[in-house]
Design a protein around this ligand. Structure first.
Ligand code: SAM
Length: 213
């Protein structure tokens, strides 16, 4: 492993094979999310997904868009995603190992839509990450996201998560409420188009935001 591999990539690299083997925790919420995401996509759209993990969602959505780039900071996650891609006949999808700030993500920017599922709470500096995301999207383009919002009662998870982090069992996370997330998106140059939760899963907050011209 190179010396420059970020700590969070090391964490996700180690977890990747087990993550790939895990069943989807709430199939109903996942299907509802996919339906809602598809509603905003079009067959000529260029899409960038951040934190794509093992690529399952990308493989389900790529048929609905023109070009789909899916990125992740973890080389192991991307390796698994590429194994799945090799088993499919999806020609408009590519997986790239890249952090949010990697220059390689700028090569095909700006995108019509940027997808970020279960990753925004992992970025070190949320306001700065949202500004970076805004810069990757076309004016009027969309940020379609689902974010783990650990506030209210879920805020009590700070303590167990702190101990899990001490033992390398949890990644660094930001504790953001859904309300604050929406505010930060507006401050980064988006307007909120839709937000909510699916199948009563309150922790995972779905937000569609449009880049303001
Ligand atoms: C909780 S997993 C979510 C994976 C997938 N999106 C899903 O919903 O199942 C978070 C993913 O974000 C990636 N990730 C974490 N920090 C990242 C960063 N700074 N840039 C890009 N990807 C990152 C991790 O490697 C991991 O694959």
């Amino acid at each position: 492993m190179s010396e420059t591999t970020p700590k969070s990539a090391v964490f996700w690299d180690k977890l990747a094979r087990r993550y790939a083997a895990r069943p989807i925790s709430n199939v109903e919420a996942y299907e509802q999310t996919l339906d809602r995401v598809r509603h905003y996509l079009s067959t000529d759209a260029s899409v960038l997904e951040l934190g794509c993990g093992t690529g399952s969602t990308a493989l389900l959505l790529a048929n609905h868009v023109g070009q789909y780039r899916a990125s992740d900071i973890s080389g192991e996650m991307i390796a698994i995603a590429n194994e799945k891609l090799a088993q499919s006949d999806q020609a408009n999808l590519e997986f790239v190992k890249a952090d949010l700030y990697a220059e390689s993500l700028d090569e095909q920017a700006p995108y019509d839509a940027l997808l970020a599922f279960n990753v925004i709470h992992l970025f070190e500096d949320t306001p700065d990450a949202l500004k970076r995301i805004n810069g990757l999207i076309k004016p009027d383009g969309l940020l379609i996201s689902k974010t783990v919002c650990l506030s209210g009662l879920y805020g009590l998870l700070r303590i167990p998560i702190f101990f899990m982090q001490l033992f390398g069992k949890a990644p660094p996370v930001r504790f953001i409420s859904a309300k604050r997330l929406a505010r930060m998106m507006r401050e980064a140059g988006f307007e909120i188009v839709e937000e909510g939760n699916f199948a009563k899963v309150k922790m995972a907050h779905f937000v569609v935001a449009r880049k303001v011209r």
